[in-house]
Write a protein that binds this ligand. Sequence first.
Ligand code: TAP
Length: 484
Amino acid sequence: MTTPVFPNTNLLIAGERFPASNGAVHPTINPATAEKLIDVASATAEDARKAVDAAHNAFRHGPWPGLPATERGRILYKLADLLETHADEVATLESLDNGKPFFESRRIDVPLAVEALRYYAGWANKVHGEVLPVRGQFHTYTRHEPLGVVAAITPWNFPLLLSVYKVAAALTVGNTVVLKPAELTPLSCLRFGELGIEAGLPPGVLNILTGKGSVAGQALLEDPRVAKVAFTGSTPVGKSIMKSAADTLKRLSLELGGKSANIVFGDADLKAAVRGAINGIFYGKGEICTAGSRLLLHESIHDEFVEMLKTTAEGMKQGDPFDPKTRIGAQVSEAHMNSILAYIAQGCDQGARLVTGGERNVIGNGFFVKPTIFDNVTPGMTIAQEEIFGPVVAVMKFSSDDDAIALANDHMYGLAAGLWTNDLRRAHRLSARLEAGTVWVNTYNFYDPAAPFGGYKQSGFGRELGMHALSEYTQTKTVWIDLN
Ligand code: TAP
């Protein structure tokens, strides 16, 4: 493990560091050992107002929105380069704070964040308006203008990556940002803020407000100067954010929970599908919004598949995130581990068959839950309905395409789905019928900054990534000039 270099853990506001106005701090904990890492400033509502002051001032009076677009792009490219240079260090912070294997944060989280920055840096000078063919003697054109201050509120499962998605898209078109990372995992975002200053972001363009969502986050929602909230998190908090944002009519994008169906047909390449099912549920220790937590198996391959799944799950090394052999890390907190264990108990109580796992993995004091497979799950069971956000998969059987689609779609969430089949016609036909924002065919959990991502139904609305996300951070102005 690279020796951790902790970032400055004060708030980053207007390019300067401040403790919380009341001096409050909260500890961040290493989930793999239950030991404290470091104390981090816990922002008050007053601090949130100060951060919005800074972002608003930077938007109204600072150079950022009016910079030549190529120059904004250049600074974002520089930020990407700096993040790449410091990838070991930032990935170390991410794994220490979140408990995910270092090979995931180093090979996936940080490189994807770098790619997203470069992707949006490239868009900086490609967003422009149009001249309109209106009636009469007018020169009429549109401008795609930034919104102003964007509050980005992010969860603990991909602390850096989900923050960078929002920050990169918002900044490239000239907005300023107040980023409120999850209280449990603030370190990588604090380091990112430092790199932002080094890259040349003017003061106030990117402010980092660590602390509680119910205090600092809520204050951002209530501030009329915040034009937009970009939120990733749970569906219940997303709903409360929508209510709070209504008072000042903020624009919103909400990336919320999921209970995604990963569907394996009888004609699939079973070895590949097992790998996909394992990756679908155990990558990120199941703390992934797109987790393939409902595994639907065709009856013809069900028994064989469950056996293969069990053998693979039992062979996965769990433990120290910095051991290169580790494939499954520690759950983010003790409270979250206990919530997963409570869901497992409900699964047993409601009659699902526990195939493997089902208990805490006692490794020191870490918050480890063994990879868990439940078979004979029925759609009404709690483990088939609720997002567990842990390494727990619910296996269900189906007999026909219609049956599979009904099982998959009959759910309040619609974030993602997987299809495993060698029948191309079935793949297209069913992709169209699935009520999900992303459908993966013969792959799972694949992402790219060019591919838009977001939910159907109660998994939220708005899209991150791709060119589609840019319209979430701009507003269109029409200018009429009378030529007479
Ligand atoms: P939440 O509890 O919803 O928290 C997300 C963020 O919102 C945190 O920064 C949190 O701060 C803040 N927050 C909480 N209450 C708030 C309030 N009243 N006002 C403003 N901000 C508030 O989610 P989580 O437990 O961190 O993450 C897990 C959830 O995120 C899962 O449901 C998962 O599906 C979802 N998720 C979705 C996606 C996509 S892309 N759809 C991706 C990843 C995760 P605190 O840390 O202080 O609570």
